[in-house]
Design a protein around this ligand. Structure first.
Ligand SMILES: NC(=O)c1ccc[n+]([C@@H]2O[C@H](COP(=O)([O-])OP(=O)(O)OC[C@H]3O[C@@H](n4cnc5c(N)ncnc54)[C@H](OP(=O)(O)O)[C@@H]3O)[C@@H](O)[C@H]2O)c1
Length: 228
């Protein structure tokens, strides 16, 4: 199974790469990034790419990808403008989607959206994420799985500080009670890989479905690992 990861240097994307490389069922991880990844592995193929608005020049390298996981994006407060948020979380995502579907029409696509994404939302970020979801649905149909996690606790830390982590810190002791709103990067990464590898996940998947998928992924991967 060959898995493409977009956004592999971020909290979620890096976790997906780590988990995928620990999974014997994944034969290759193709990571598209604008900078080098901190880890290297014989099964990791990094494509350094400049123009995220156009992926046509890497099309041939996507032809044997079985599934894509898109963790590209940014938090709304980090965006300098609505236009920048739309460009990164919607236009870049659709640019990849168009090239991937041409290269590999039957690829599965797993998209990290966000809790509250909805076309009629009063929040701009939520409408833009819903726009991306809609565009992807039109491109991949039933091969699309949308994930709408709440706050994602970065289990392995975060390269660039994010004020959201400090804002959420007081709630972390209550995370079990707040499971609808708080998840973590390992859980999200495992749920994404479960869907990417062909597991059934309801779409859109909120935190509850994400947790269930992550648990199934762990069980299946444990069985796939060679016995010690
Ligand atoms: N974190 C949360 O609590 C949370 C909650 C719900 C949903 N989400 C969604 O989950 C997704 C991943 O979140 P995350 O926390 O993993 O984000 P993150 O750590 O900020 O990582 C974002 C990824 O997107 C890439 N990226 C951002 N702007 C780019 C640009 N202009 N050109 C090329 N690449 C760009 C980053 O590359 P560089 O490393 O090169 O910047 C990085 O690989 C996002 O779509 C976010 O909206 C996050």
């Amino acid at each position: 199974m060959r898995v493409l990861v977009l956004g592999p240097t971020g909290v979620v994307g890096a976790e997906v790469v780590r988990e995928a490389l620990a999974d014997p069922r994944v034969s290759r991880v193709v990571a598209i990034a604008r900078r080098t990844l901190p880890l290297s592995d014989a099964r990791l193929d990094t494509i350094l790419h400049d123009d995220f608005g156009d992926f046509r020049d890497v099309r041939a390298r996507l032809a044997d990808v079985d599934a894509a996981i898109c963790a590209l994006g940014m938090a709304w407060p980090q965006a300098q403008s609505e236009a920048q948020y739309r460009m990164v979380t919607c236009e870049y995502v659709m640019a990849l989607a168009r090239t991937l579907v041409e290269a590999r029409p039957d690829a599965r696509f797993c998209f990290v959206s966000g809790h509250g994404a909805a076309p009629g939302s009063r929040q701009t970020w939520a409408r833009i994420k819903a726009e991306a979801e809609e565009g992807l649905r039109g491109t991949f149909g039933t091969s699309l799985t949308v994930f709408r996690p709440g706050y994602i606790y970065p289990v392995h830390g975060r390269e660039k500080p994010y004020w959201g982590d400090a804002a959420m810190r007081p709630f972390m002791p209550f995370r079990r009670a707040l499971a609808k709103y708080i998840t973590d990067s390992v859980t999200v990464a495992r749920a994404l890989l479960f869907a990417a590898l062909g597991g059934t996940v309801p779409s859109p998947a909120g935190n509850h479905e994400i947790k269930a998928a992550a648990e199934q992924y762990e069980a299946v991967r444990r069985d796939a690992l060679p016995s010690a």
